[in-house]
Design a protein around this ligand. Sequence first.
Ligand code: URA
Length: 251
Amino acid sequence: MKQTQRLDKILAHVGIGTRSELKRLAKEGAIYVNGVKVKDSGMQVNPETDVIKVNGEAVLYREFVYLMMNKPQGVVSATEDNRDRTVVDLLDDVYAPFEVFPVGRLDKDTEGFLLLTNDGKLAHNLLSPRKHVPKTYFAKVEWEVTESDREAFSQGVTLDDGYETLPGILKILKSGNESNGEFSEIELTIMEGKFHQVKRMFQAVGKRVSYLKRISMGPLVLDPNLELGQARELTKEELLALQHAHTTLEG
Ligand code: URA
């Protein structure tokens, strides 16, 4: 990023106003840079080091935002949709100017961890099939999930279109019993993200997923304090871990 940029461009980027509104705000004396009243809203400033205040409030500038969402069922992992509400519709308005998008997709009926960002490079790296970023899901499965399913997944299974998956790690938390209508509960970690992959892996062993929730992606685990539909920004540590994950998982 360039070190200095036009003040009005920076403020417009974080949603404070259009260029003409910012010109007016400057004229009204509402904008300060490093404690000095701004006359020209087109002045050059360094958003990383200069302290910008509008109407007395400090402006937090950043180029990229990174959000962790607990996606609910019934919304689609997209930025726009003609029929359904999207994950972006659920975000607070303060994020609108950043134009974030979901990194990868969860099905409409899948819940859980979804990363949203406007950092195209990071998204590309995390989604690259070469990077094998692990994703862990919790699922309820009809009915009994067995050791032989665990063994099959550990070898990789053949999906309905003939695709051979990479090995997946299946942890059986509870093995349900069809005779009394009990579902199994499992965790499955996969290193790729084919369309409907978890559901189709179970289909490959003759079983049906009835509930699916992603609980982690790479080094990040879904924050248990996030209610369904809520999102929060990643902490510095989480972001660093994520950036590091895709550089070390190459292979
Ligand atoms: N696998 C699925 O089947 N669905 C998802 O949403 C994610 C992984």
